[in-house]
Design a protein around this ligand. Structure first.
Ligand code: GLU
Ligand code: ZN
Length: 492
């Protein structure tokens, strides 16, 4: 049997970490089993639908390098793959269920349904759901309602007795009493729009989906879906509901934790390789030590059995670490091209960068590469080269455990040592030793000397290694900035 899985998002928002993880698990499972990965757009909720979300779905998968074998744009034998283009199919199948007695027309007005709801709340202190008012209408009653021009919905006839079980690869058997399944949910709305349950089940069946890997929040829909498969007389697929993605605090990952949309991560300068690698590790592992996986690795080694039962934790720091690792693995030319838009964005280099600017950016790479967590870090790390905004807050120069007086001395004597040694062409290690000796003489920590020098030269406490900064800035400009800092300290 050929494995066929799908990612079936609703384009009602930007692709987020949880969704993308579902896509990746499905994709890698399909590839590792020699099967097919299908993309299906579940856009039946027209109110929440947006073109932007749909475009974001395509852009995100493209950026990650995830190609779908069948789906929108590329087509396939079971298309269309966009649910709003399949309404005829849903109507046909819903009507078939009515003919078979598995579903029925309901003519209740919103007002009546609301009245039922209020009455139930008043008498049982809880809403029990639809009261099955139209479950057994006679043909005459129906004809009468039709004659009044009322457009009915179609509801599934959920058995009131017995129970329904579905098997989940990770969770085992999940059983629900039929009387606890939502009473007769709507399958087709009066305007001909299908509900999620109907469209989802029909499409999974018609598209030959063999395994369903989706978020755990869909478990409550499981019994209802099984009842639908039974009503149609179809074999349900194999289910594997994925563990939740949580923040470090044990709560479901959400905006409260930080960015969750892939678009945001991309804008900040995360690399697709890092996102793909790290996100796949949220709730999945090959063994207890392997951390680095390329897309090609995962296309081979992903196994459903290795999906964790416990929720996965999305750790922003860990992602930063992965991203830093991937940045350091990227070759300099490519990295230069990747950081260029960030430098252009803030006006450090021109939009149509000149050959000279290209060379300049490339010359920055060996130093910034070691310090970047995300591509956008290039801006704070190199801004001292492109704009000169001296720090005028003394406190920024003063390291922990030092004071203004020592800081001024560190600046004066440190500059002396630094500039004369550099002019003499002394080795960096030797210069460093001399600066360390200065800190000892002043009775302060090493940083008490290095911090003011660094702030004077780079106008910031976040910066490249000191000697890299000086090399990039040039000795003349370095001397000028050090002198300026000393005067500032003396005059204020
Ligand atoms: N459209 C649903 C979603 O947005 C699909 C759920 C499923 O995979 O069945 O998650
Ligand atoms: Zn009704």
């Amino acid at each position: 049997m050929e494995v066929r899985v799908r990612y079936a998002p609703s384009p009602t928002g930007l692709q987020h970490i949880g969704g993308v993880r579902t896509a990746l698990f499905n994709y890698f499972f399909a590839k590792s089993m020699g099967g097919k990965f299908i993309l299906r757009v579940e856009d039946t909720d027209r109110e929440r639908y947006s073109d932007e979300s749909l475009q974001d779905l395509y852009d995100t998968l493209d950026w990650l390098g995830i190609k779908w074998d069948e789906g929108p744009v590329v087509g396939g034998p079971y298309g269309p793959y966009i649910q709003s283009e399949r309404f005829d199919i849903y109507k046909e199948y819903a009507e078939k269920l009515v003919r078979d007695g598995k579903a029925y027309y309901c003519y209740c007005t919103p007002e009546r349904l609301e009245k039922v709801r209020q009455e139930q709340i008043a008498s049982k202190s809880e809403y029990q759901g639809y009261d099955r008012h139209c479950a057994n209408l006679t043909d005459e009653e129906r004809a009468d309602l039709e004659a009044q021009g009322i457009k009915p919905v179609i509801r599934l006839r959920v058995p009131t007795e017995g129970k329904t079980t579905f098997h989940d690869v990770l969770m085992g058997d999940i059983t629900r009493k039929n009387k606890d399944v939502s009473p007769d949910p709507i399958l087709l709305k009066s305007d001909g729009f299908p509900t999620y349950h109907l469209a989802n089940v029909i499409d999974d069946h018609m598209m030959g989906i063999t395994h369903i890997m989706r978020a755990q929040e869909w478990i409550p829909s499981g019994p209802l879906h099984i009842l639908l498969y039974e009503a149609f007389g179809w074999e349900p697929p194999i289910y594997c509901h994925l563990p939740m993605v949580m923040g470090k605090d044990g709560q479901k990952l959400s905006k409260r934790h930080g960015s969750t949309s892939v678009r945001d991560f991309r804008a900040k300068g995360y690399l697709p390789e890092a996102i793909l690698n790290y996100v796949t590790l949220v709730g999945w592992s090959l063994d207890d030590h392997t951390e680095f996986f390329t897309k090609e690795d995962l296309e081979k080694c992903f196994r459903m059995e290795n999906i964790h039962k416990a929720p996965g934790v999305f750790d922003y720091k860990k992602l930063d670490w992965f991203n830093g690792q991937y940045i350091r693995q990227t070759d300099d030319e490519k990295l230069a091209a990747l950081v260029t838009p960030y430098l252009q964005e803030c006006g450090f280099i021109s939009k149509e960068e000149s050959e000279e600017e290209k060379k300049l950016v490339l010359s920055l790479i060996p130093s910034v590469k070691e310090r970047m967590k995300v591509l956008s870090d290039v801006v704070p790390l190199t801004s001292f080269l492109f704009q000169d905004v001296p720090v005028t807050d003394k406190a920024v120069y003063v390291a922990k455990g030092s004071n203004e007086e020592n800081t001024l001395q560190a600046l004066e004597e440190g500059s002396q040592i630094l500039l004369s040694s550099l002019k003499e062409g002394k080795a960096e290690s030797e210069i460093e030793e001399a600066l360390v000796a200065l800190s000892q003489k002043l009775g302060i920590k090493i940083n008490g000397v290095f911090q003011p020098i660094r702030v004077a030269i780079t106008n910031s406490t976040v910066s490249l290694p000191l000697f890299d900064s000086i090399r990039l800035l040039g000795l003349e400009e370095t001397e000028k900035r050090l002198g300026r800092a000393i005067s500032f300290f003396k005059e204020n």
